[in-house]
Every structure is written in C-alpha cells, then in structure tokens.
Design a protein around this ligand. Sequence first.
Ligand SMILES: Cc1cc2nc3c(=O)[nH]c(=O)nc-3n(C[C@H](O)[C@H](O)[C@H](O)COP(=O)(O)OP(=O)(O)OC[C@H]3O[C@@H](n4cnc5c(N)ncnc54)[C@H](O)[C@@H]3O)c2cc1C
Length: 360
Amino acid sequence: MIIGAGPAGTAAGFDLACAGYSVLILDRRDFPRTKACAGGITPKALNLFAYDISHLVERQCRRVRVRRPSGQTFTVEETQPLCHMVQRRDLDLFSLKKVMASGADFQKITKIKGLDQRSDHVRVVTDDGRYTARYLIGADGANSRIRQMAVLPRRRYPVHKYPALEADVPVERADLISMEFDFSMGIPGYYWIFPKKDHVSIGIYGANHSVPMSADMLQDYAQLRFKTRDIRNVKGYPICVGDGGWLRRAPGINRVLLAGDAAGLAEPLLGEGIFFALKSGRTAAAAIMGASKGHGNALKRYRAALTRTYLDLMLYGFSAKMLYRFSEPCLKLAAYRGIHGYFSKGYAKGDPISHLFFPF
Ligand SMILES: Cc1cc2nc3c(=O)[nH]c(=O)nc-3n(C[C@H](O)[C@H](O)[C@H](O)COP(=O)(O)OP(=O)(O)OC[C@H]3O[C@@H](n4cnc5c(N)ncnc54)[C@H](O)[C@@H]3O)c2cc1C
C-alpha cells in the first residue's frame, strides 16, 4: 500500500505493480490535481523515470542564466539540456495512469485517522474505510501524515521544511526567455524563472525555515522582470529537505517506509525534489521486493540502498551552507567557465553530485 500519488508514490507503485505485486495507492486528492511545483526535471531525474515522459516536456533548457547578489549575470550553456520543463499536473496524472495500467489500484481517501502496525501487516484507518497491506510506503509529501503518525512518536526523525512559492506569468514568446536563478533579491534563497510553452513559472525558494514570502513579492518580481502584475495560480508548499545529517536514521519504522519529501529527501541547495522522490520511491519498492523474496528486512535494505543518496544530500547541504552564507564570492567563482562548465557538463549527463565532487 502506498499513501501519496506524487513522483515517489507512483515510482514505487509502478515498479511493484510491474513485478506482479498487488499495489493500492491512496491519495486525498482526485487526479488530475494541481501541485505547487515549478516542474523542472533535471537530466538525472528524467533518466530515472521507468517510462517515457518526453511528450510531456514543454521546453528543454540548454542555457541557464544566474544572477549574482551584485546583479551581474553569467550564463551556463550546454549542448545537452540542463533542465526539462513539464507541468506537474500533467506529469502526475500520466504517472498515475501508467501505474494503474500496470495493475495497481487507486483510491481517493479523506482523512487518515489511525495507523496500526503488526508483525506481518500494516493497517491504515481512514474516514472511508480500513486498508491492510504487508508494507506501507509513506509518500505523502512534505507534511506527511504517515511520518507524523508512524515514525515521529517512536523515533526522532528531524526534517527541515523550507518554503517555496510560485505563480504563472503569461508572456508573449515564452520561447525567447531563458531559465534563470536569481540570487540578487536579498533573501537567503533565490527567485526563479522557468519558461514553459505559453507562460513562465516564477517563484521563490527559501533556504531556511523562516524566509518570508508572499504573492505581493511575486507580483513585484513579475513587474520588475516582465512589466506586468498579472500573476496566476499562486501556490505555495514546503519542500522537505535533508542534508544527510540523519545518515544513520532509518527512513521509516518496521513495515512503514517513507519516501520522497515525506522522508525529507529533497536537496537543500536549490530545492530539487523530484529526482530524490523517484530515487527513493524506486529504492523502497526494490527493498520490499527483496524482503518479500526472503532477503532480509525491507527497512534495513532500504536504508542501506540509500547510502549514496545520503552522501549526495550531505554534499548538497554543504554546498547550500557555503552558497547562502557567501553568495557573492561563491557565485563570482562559479561565473568562471572552467568552474561552472565542469559541473554543468556532468549535470547535463545526469551525474549525481557525489560523482561530480569525487569523480574517481
Ligand atoms: C513551489 C515549489 C516548486 C518546486 N519546484 C521543483 C522543481 O522545479 N523541480 C524539482 O525537482 N522539485 C521541485 N519542487 C519539489 C518537489 O515538488 C517535491 O520535492 C516533490 O513533489 C516530492 O514528491 P513526493 O512524491 O515526495 O511528494 P508530493 O509530490 O508532494 O506528493 C505527495 C502526494 O501525497 C498526497 N497526500 C498528502 N497528504 C496526504 C494524506 N494525508 N493522505 C493521502 N494523500 C496525501 C498529495 O495529494 C500528493 O499527491 C518544488 C516544490 C515547490 C513547493
């Protein structure tokens, strides 16, 4: 059983259903549904989808502009795309359909009221009924109820929730606009411009718990950059990031495995979460399959298989500390083609950050 039909839940559900396991996905929303997300899919995330999503990509960005706190800009450019732009509403609907086509069931639920773990099964009690399964993957996002109900009462599992807010700005010729990370707006974090087919997504990422953000700030930004105050679909949600500091902590308890933002597995540097949701969802599925075949305990297998991901998150955590403490000198250094070119090349290939730092 999987709670949450975002990237983590559907990635896990797809692998399990394709392997012939009986899978039930529960979500509190009907699909299609909106989700606060800029829809930037990095090359390494694109490589992780178990099915082709290329028809959902509205724009491939080979060029990214970075605005330093001083206001000066530099451009990172690659022959291969650095980011693929999708609409989360479309991506999540397509992914859910793929999971259902591979044999999983989907059920909309209202409130989760209780969770009961026994030695050989887990039971979830909702307003709509009771659901029992051998394993539960909690993939219910940053404000995970499964994390709160199953894990936190029994074990310290610190997660960091960083705020993010976004809106759409209708523009003529979105195809002429570059993807941009803007560190010049005087917040710990950045503003973004992600170009889509007929509009741009603008947004704010706060690199700590308490960065203030509002629709007014987005409107001012739209005015500054696009000479319009017409912003639409303003949406905010926390991103649940990790820095690998809980390396030894299991992302779950007994038969409950947390994945994606529920496990605090987005990265704290830029707030990328889709890659980590896919990675942890698929890893959780593999751990359950292994345990079901008698190869040890699912949660232990899961934690062991995430070691590389934790290392990546530690490197993102370190990079975030440096970037947001010393933004101008860091970005001045990054402006050198020799420096950013090295990272962007690996990034475009889909290399994990640990490979970029330690390529041996
Ligand atoms: C404004 C914003 C912009 C972002 N932009 C990007 C980006 O461009 N690229 C990127 O990689 N990441 C981005 N992220 C982060 C990314 O969206 C998340 O990391 C990612 O969605 C996590 O996936 P998930 O499957 O773990 O959880 P989610 O995508 O949050 O999915 C959780 C699912 O669980 C369901 N659910 C929640 N609570 C319950 C409940 N109690 N009962 C039943 N179901 C429940 C929800 O309805 C949802 O369908 C952004 C985040 C925000 C907020």
